[in-house]
Design a protein around this ligand. Structure first.
Ligand SMILES: *Cc1c(COP(=O)(O)O)cnc(C)c1O
Length: 365
């Protein structure tokens, strides 16, 4: 039986094996393993990624969850503060808010785009609100013009969780450059992925950038100059070297993802399912290709029996997860998120996915 998994990292590795192996060996040879001070591999990647996005500062760190926590701390967000977050995301988004001592305030998602419903933000703003954290979910930018307008009106920071959207664009601007500070994850399966855990914070603000750099490395910029208590969350040399190789291919890989999504869209024209929507002014980079259908669980089961790997991103809206039971939310508080999480199904999506495979998957569905 033919088997197609939801992601296949090995296909990509085979294509760039020589470059990757050389990059890793170069770190083994020069011994610059830890991303503190002047690690040339880390510096090179940070500069490369900042240039790619068109932003002044990139600060590598250990993973995308730490990146959010570091960004929130750098903004001075902590106990008694509230941060607005969307009801659908990976838990890191709200977890980081809780981990700095603040309270996540969940907003329902837009039923067409699955990103934060900007029409429902203002009613949740209180004197304690400090920031709006948007998530460019699945690779589609959130509705940023409205977010920027609200943030200006109430003097709130904008944090962009770009973990699923490397290279995505909103009105010709790359995500990560649209707010005060933004975070990326380089988890292996992300659009730009390391071969292990890795992440970064980006910002146009030099003061925020310096604070992030201190937080991520025990409060020091120079060895033993601890101006504050920080933590250990550094990007290591091997991951940085891998990321510099892969960054060169990011646009090409994103374009493949877009092509695959178009292929799926045209093959899955059917009244019984909904394919992803994207506004004309946005560039969706399809970290995840998710369709909506009524009989999701049955279809997922059947696909699994036919050797097709699928997944649900995510089965439960964040506010209905156990850590947030104390807020006593119900599904009626987040009708769109609740409906979407019950109908959404992520299909195989990776840049090397073959046209024959797409046709086969679509025919099974
Ligand atoms: C992957 C992801 C993260 C966290 O990244 P890690 O590197 O796994 O810590 C945060 N937010 C979103 C939306 C993600 O998809």
């Amino acid at each position: 039986m033919k088997k197609i998994s939801i992601v296949d990292l090995h296909e990509q590795y085979k294509k760039i094996k020589k470059e990757i192996d050389n990059a890793i060996f170069s770190v083994l040879e020069d011994g610059s393993f830890i991303g503190s001070g002047n690690n040339q591999h880390v510096k090179k990647f940070e500069e490369g990624f900042a240039n790619y996005l068109g932003i002044k500062n990139c600060i590598g760190c250990a993973n995308g969850t730490d990146a959010i926590e570091i960004a929130l701390k750098a903004l001075g967000i902590g106990p008694n503060d509230e941060v607005i977050v969307p009801a659908i995301s990976w838990i890191s988004t709200s977890e980081a808010v809780g981990n700095v001592g603040a309270t996540p305030i969940f907003i329902d998602v837009d039923k067409d785009y699955y990103t934060i419903d900007v029409a429902k933000i203002e009613e949740k703003i209180t004197p304690k609100t400090k920031a709006i954290m948007v998530v460019h979910l699945y690779g589609l930018p959130a509705e940023m013009d409205s977010v920027i307008k609200i943030a200006k009106k109430y003097k709130l920071f904008i944090v962009e969780d770009c973990a699923q959207a490397h290279g995505a664009e909103y009105k010709n601007k790359k995500v990560g450059t649209l707010g005060d500070i933004a975070t990326f994850s380089f988890f292996p399966s992300k659009n730009l992925g390391a071969y292990g855990d890795a992440g970064c914070v980006v910002t146009g603000n030099d003061i925020l950038a310096e604070t992030c750099r201190r937080i991520a490395n025990h409060g020091q910029l120079k060895k033993n100059e601890h101006l504050m208590e920080g933590r250990n969350s550094r990007l290591d040399g091997i991951q940085a070297a891998v990321l510099s190789v892969k960054l060169k291919y990011l646009d090409e890989w994103n374009n493949s993802r877009i092509k695959i999504a178009k292929e799926y869209n045209s093959l899955l024209k059917n009244k019984k399912l909904i394919t992803p929507k994207c506004p004309s002014y946005s560039k969706h980079v399809y970290h995840i290709y998710a369709i909506q259908l009524e009989n999701r669980d049955a279809v997922q089961n059947q696909l699994s029996k036919s050797g097709i790997g699928t997944s649900v991103h995510y089965p439960t809206p964040l506010p209905l997860l156990k850590p947030y039971e104390k807020y006593k939310y119900t599904k009626n508080d987040f009708p769109n998120a609740y409906e979407v999480t019950n109908k959404i199904l992520s299909l195989p999506m990776y840049p090397e996915l073959k046209k024959d495979d797409i046709t086969y998957i679509a025919s099974l569905i």
